[in-house]
Design a protein around this ligand. Structure first.
Ligand code: PEP
Ligand code: MN
Length: 339
């Protein structure tokens, strides 16, 4: 059930609906929009009786939701969500660029990359302290020490920190040090982690699973939102196919497909989406051209020495060129409003 309030409904009117929903043992999710507030109702397993709401003051209509998701949907919120991270945004007019190494390896390496990321004008710095590696013998990340280095980067350069938590304990730590909590492709359906992220005060960056269909990905976002965290950013990072010329197949059609269903911002990650240095820039251009709200780019000061994902890491110089190119494309497809 979705309750649409009238344009002139007051905060008290919304509160009253929330109260009635709670009284029914259900959960209300008021999401204010540009012209009206809509209230999503979750917790019901069968249909909710709309008559109870239609007579309440300020209610325009109560609509039955037939789709499997409610809160991520454009039905609830027709205008795009802008996720605010301090003074930076994802999903607004600005193209969000999240760049940095795959893994935080050392203070020197992290600072060398962060300096270039800062110089490029990007607002977000990425780097994994907890790395989900295919082999248990591969570099697993520096853990909390890595998070401390990331916190120093934030302090020094004012960049917002995006970093992955692989489990609930990791989420507790990431919350202490970072600005955005990343849930990786391998954990897209780790439902207890999704619920934990839903109780976080941090925005959540949710990567698409390696073989996730669109509905599965959106329902994973729904898990986070159903717990009350409405700041979710989706990220297309490629899926498994028969292709052998890339590490993953970057599904750029996912961007307009998400757009048609959801108000959530969507990013493209051409680094994991291709796995190859020479393909990252062309696919980054394409990602912006197809309408992504931003990009995640892996960058390393010495890609040949990287402890993880070296083959897809851009050099600092390549990264600088990429940013100039994608900004130019973004300017063409989404010109900045004249102020
Ligand atoms: C990463 O961002 O380094 C990462 C591990 O990504 P994914 O979960 O998309 O593989
Ligand atoms: Mn990586």
């Amino acid at each position: 059930m979705l309750i649409v309030m009238k344009a002139g409904a007051t905060a008290q009117d919304v509160e009253e609906v929330v109260r009635v929903v709670s009284e029914m043992g259900l959960r209300a999710h008021p999401l204010p929009g540009a012209s009206r507030t809509a209230i999503g109702i979750t917790g019901n397993t069968g249909p909710v009786d709309s008559v109870r709401f239609e007579s309440l003051r300020g209610v325009a209509e109560a609509i039955r939701v037939t789709k499997p998701y409610k809160l991520i949907s454009l039905d609830l919120k027709p205008e795009k969500t802008v996720v605010r991270v301090g003074d930076a945004t994802i999903g607004g007019d600005e193209l969000a660029i999240i760049a940095g190494p795959c893994a935080v390896e050392s203070r020197e390496q992290t600072f060398a990359v962060a300096e270039a990321v800062r110089r490029s004008g990007a607002r977000f710095f990425r780097g994994g302290a907890f790395k989900p590696r295919t082999s248990p013998y591969a570099f697993q990340g520096l853990g909390e020490e890595g998070l401390q280095i990331l916190a120093e980067v934030r302090e020094r350069y004012g960049l917002k920190i995006v970093t992955e938590a692989m489990d609930e304990r990791g989420a507790d730590l990431v919350e202490q040090y970072a600005d955005v909590l990343q849930i990786g492709a391998r954990n897209m359906q780790n439902f207890s982690l999704l619920r934990r992220a839903g109780r976080s005060r941090l925005p959540v960056l949710l990567k698409r699973g390696l073989s996730a269909m669109l509905d599965e990905w959106l329902l994973a976002a729904e898990y986070v939102m159903a717990e009350g965290n409405y700041n979710v950013v989706l990220c297309e990072r490629g899926v498994r196919t028969f292709a052998q010329h890339t590490r993953n197949t970057l599904d750029l059609a996912a961007v307009p497909a998400v757009r048609r269903l959801s108000h959530l911002p969507v990013l493209v990650d051409p680094s994991h989406g291709t796995g190859k240095n020479y393909m990252v820039t062309p696919l980054a251009r394409a990602g912006v051209a197809v309408g992504a709200d931003g990009l995640i780019i892996e960058v390393h000061d010495h890609p040949e020495r990287a402890l993880s994902d070296g083959p897809q890491a851009l050099t600092l110089e390549q990264y600088e060129h990429l940013v100039a190119e994608v900004r130019a494309i973004h300017e063409v497809i989404a010109p900045a409003p004249v102020s």
